[in-house]
Design a protein around this ligand. Structure first.
Ligand SMILES: NC(=O)c1ccc[n+]([C@@H]2O[C@H](COP(=O)([O-])OP(=O)(O)OC[C@H]3O[C@@H](n4cnc5c(N)ncnc54)[C@H](OP(=O)(O)O)[C@@H]3O)[C@@H](O)[C@H]2O)c1
Length: 229
């Protein structure tokens, strides 16, 4: 049975993933909120703050899913410095701290599977996405780095980019969120992507691929189309 370490399992997409993956796999669940993790019995709970400097591997694993994340809607015209730095610390630096604990283990056993939960907000700069968009663009880039360096150790690397999902994270958004889906549906999409070999996959299909296509446009056209010339 595959052993999966799921970081960011206490809420939202990670919680739905834990419940679905736990039907067929052995799970180690991390996040800061121990009580919420323990409600997900009978899986092993390994409370963790990804901003802590000393993250270690809980036990030998086969798969890492990094799903911890933080988002605060923000315009560059009104920066909330603490929130902006938290987004980078949790979304990007936290992933690096966890990977630092996992990669030597995967290299030693010449096998492993790393899944980074990114975002379709990673593809190009969007309005009111200061800090978050940059952290997710960096996650996609980090995944590319991992893929380049770790393929020879038989380590599979995937970045999975969700669109809008109805969770605590998006609850502060006041704008219309196209094709928003439930965490349970998002978990199904992630599990399906994990079974394949695509490096970067996205959902929902139409909105995700629309943003991906926009990202290929020349900048002058892109900024004109999104109304920020
Ligand atoms: N919701 C969306 O529309 C959407 C879209 C694209 C991508 N995503 C990405 O999907 C992932 C999950 O988001 P979500 O919507 O499910 O958000 P969520 O409901 O707020 O859940 C976030 C998870 O991250 C954990 N977390 C946050 N800070 C942490 C820290 N310092 N240390 C350890 N764990 C921490 C939380 O656990 P604790 O609070 O217990 O620590 C929680 O389990 C994130 O990477 C997010 O960027 C979400």
């Amino acid at each position: 049975m595959t052993k999966i370490w799921l970081v960011g399992a206490s809420e939202g997409i990670g919680r739905a993933l834990a419940q679905e993956l736990g039907k067929d796999h052995s799970m180690i669940l991390s996040g800061r909120n121990q009580e919420r993790l323990q409600e997900l019995n009978p899986y092993r709970c390994f409370p963790l703050d990804v901003t802590a400097p000393d993250i270690s591997l809980p036990e030998p694993i086969d798969t890492l899913i990094y799903c911890a994340g933080y988002y605060s809607p923000m315009s560059a015209a009104q920066i909330d410095l603490n929130a902006a730095l938290s987004m980078v610390d949790i979304n990007l630096s936290g992933a690096i701290r966890v990977l630092n604990a996992v990669i030597p283990h995967f290299i030693a056993k010449k096998q492993g599977h790393i899944v980074l939960i990114g975002s379709i907000a990673a593809y190009r700069g969007l309005p009111n996405s200061f800090g978050y968009g940059a952290s997710k663009a960096a996650i996609l880039h980090l995944g590319e780095n991992l893929k380049c360096d770790l393929a020879k150790y038989n380590i599979k690397v995937q970045v999975i980019s969700p669109g809008f999902v109805k969770t605590r994270l998006t609850s502060l958004n006041t704008f219309h969120m196209p094709s928003i889906m439930t965490p349970e549906r998002a978990a199904q999409k992630i599990i399906s992507a994990m079974k394949g070999n695509t490096f970067e996959s996205r959902f929902p299909f139409f909105f995700g691929n629309f943003l991906k296509t926009l990202s290929k446009l020349p900048y002058f056209l892109y900024f004109r189309l999104i109304g920020r010339r």
